[in-house]
Design a protein around this ligand. Sequence first.
Ligand SMILES: *Cc1c(COP(=O)(O)O)cnc(C)c1O
Length: 394
Amino acid sequence: MDIRTRAIHAGDRKKAGPHVPVTTPIYTAASFFYEDMEQLDRVFGREQAGYCYSRYDNPSNGALEELMRSLEGGHGALACASGMAAIQTALMAALTERPKAILAADALYGATISVLLKVFAPLGIEVAFVDMCDLAAVEAAIAARRPGCVLMETMSNPLLRVGQVDRIAQLARAAGAAFIVDNTFGTPLLIRPMELGANMVVHSATKYLAGHGDVLAGIAVSDEPHYATLRMLSRAYGPVLGPFESYLTMRGIKTFPLRMERHCANASRVAQWLKEHPSIERVHFPGDPGHPDAATVRRLFAPGLYGGMVSFEIRGAHRAEIFRFMERLKLVVRATSLGDVHSMILYPVMSSHREVPPEQRERMGIRDNLVRLSVGIEAVEDILEDLEQALELE
Ligand SMILES: *Cc1c(COP(=O)(O)O)cnc(C)c1O
């Protein structure tokens, strides 16, 4: 069945009695009751499927987990309280029986870098970074470090570089390392890393999946070998999603393919328009034929879908000019986050890359004149008009 159909049906209408709710209700119960003590005993012992306590399992979360398992093509999924909780749990599941070393992409979401350097490294886990778009460098780093886990994102932030997920999966597998891919920017409509050899896929469902800027949620999807460990970790330390957030996320996902197609179409149009604008020095967009990873994008992404993110550099602008440009925007919302129905813009130098020293930022290609736009699903003419009036005075 097509992903656009599964997004609407998967996970719902589990039979639990004589009537079946058409959509999954919000199960707020912390625990579950059985007439028969023998039955509760079997559920506790996991000899029989069933719910006993919501830190272990919850029917609202279970429906969302089944839905995400279906969309990413994994064995099972875990719904977490945030994207960061999903990333942390997946990393721990990867390292449980492997060397305590992580090889990560050098371009990652800021909080993911913090988890690696401020949480995992002080626990004695080795952390190293590599350019995931340089396959030879990845191969050399895996050989030198022998990591237990390789971690990357399908599209880097904010320059939107795209690594060869399938080739990196082969390298990780050959070295016995688990391979985790953060598919928040890519989404399963564009690319499904499990089908390309990843062991686990993680999401900030806060972004495109839920899509309305009204819920914080995370998902880890896993292959069979890591699934029992993932659930054991979740039972043990409880990073679970609340059932109300689970409901909101699932409600969002039903329209996710429809929204994502519009995000992609609007972003393609905005990127093209920006490229021709005299005030714009450079545009970073995976759908651009001149993008440094255009061949990988063509090979791995669904045809015609390049994501909803566009980063661009305003000619001659520095912090003051960028601030003025952003303050003049009337429709595009100045706020952190991405993937919402409304267009959003942020300034990486001020936010995600604030802690990175200027020289290092320059080397990474993140310049003082760069902004990151999450293109929403408004009428594209209105987005362009807003950008035009804000750029006019530059
Ligand atoms: C937002 C984001 C996260 C963190 O997710 P939260 O839901 O905010 O915890 C992780 N990775 C990427 C790529 C993100 O954009």
